[in-house]
Design a protein around this ligand. Sequence first.
Ligand SMILES: NC(=O)c1ccc[n+]([C@@H]2O[C@H](COP(=O)([O-])OP(=O)(O)OC[C@H]3O[C@@H](n4cnc5c(N)ncnc54)[C@H](O)[C@@H]3O)[C@@H](O)[C@H]2O)c1
Length: 333
Amino acid sequence: MRLLVAGGAGYVGSALIPKLLERGYLVDVVDLFWFGNSLPAETGLLSKDLFDVTVEDLKEYDQVIFLAGLSNDPMAEFSPSKNFVYNAAAPAYLAYMAKKAGVRRYVYASSCSVYGYTVNELYDETRPVASSYPYGISKLQGEQAVMNLVNDQFSVIALRKGTISGYSPRMRLDLIVNTMFRTALHEGVIKINNPSIWRPILAMEDAISAYIRVIEAHESISGIFNIASGNYTVGEVGDRVKAEIDQQLGAKIKLEIRHMQDFRNYKVSIDKAKNVLSFHPQNDVRAIVQQLIKEMDKFSDWDNPAYQNIQVFREFESKIRNHAMAMPVGAGQ
Ligand SMILES: NC(=O)c1ccc[n+]([C@@H]2O[C@H](COP(=O)([O-])OP(=O)(O)OC[C@H]3O[C@@H](n4cnc5c(N)ncnc54)[C@H](O)[C@@H]3O)[C@@H](O)[C@H]2O)c1
């Protein structure tokens, strides 16, 4: 089976693709390589914007997996217009072209952030979605657009993932457990902005198994699935990260508890993914921290801006702006 992964050079793709290659899939990636390239040499690379992908380009693929876009709130807040183009229009464009090309399945990286602010109830996929901030709104728009394309010949599966954490060859240290791990090791403290809010956490290993279950699911299956390893309050995540680091590394990490407002608060049921996809997460916060400790030497240049999406994005956005401002009026017409 031949797969095209859009945005496959990012945090999720760089951990997932080695596992797909291991299972014998042929994998190509279309990516703008905002964060470089840490993919195995056997991966086919198309270095371009996915908006430049044509129907002709897509004809050879059995499945297309969308992992692109602006992947967190700070990037979306920094450039709301790019956020709506890359998170809402891009997945819709690629799904439309894939369907036209005869691709059999499209997999969309949605997010539990579509649930917005809920009040301590377990949400399944039938519950209302109500984001009021750019990232959540755009992820939902992307999801609705691609789900509209389902028919008997074109399966679409949207994974509403919790916040992923754990190691990837393209590392991010701006995701809840990874961020806590960084400040614990770098500054000796874990900062908890609001201990009472709920977040579904998804271990990278479980995210990988969710994608594998989806790619290998019966072709009649389409739909939206919540995907998480477990639901935790942020306060509990902090306690567990601290306990594991203290125990494994003989440290005495401090906790700094703040009470800042947050516009995201949700916990999700994964029963549908268990029943329909046979998705059974195997990892908890402790397992994520153990994996981070094991791989730590590969990302302990803690201040590397490449591990913080917003820093990379801000830098190249300002380069684009400066370049545009330096152009004389009428240039390029
Ligand atoms: N990481 C998480 O915790 C999480 C949780 C829920 C959902 N998601 C979603 O999963 C997907 C993958 O997340 P990630 O953490 O790997 O993101 P990432 O930021 O690490 O990677 C995104 C990749 O997409 C590429 N890209 C962006 N726009 C593109 C375009 N128009 N054409 C070609 N390439 C493009 C970038 O160069 C980058 O390599 C995203 O859609 C994100 O919204 C992530």
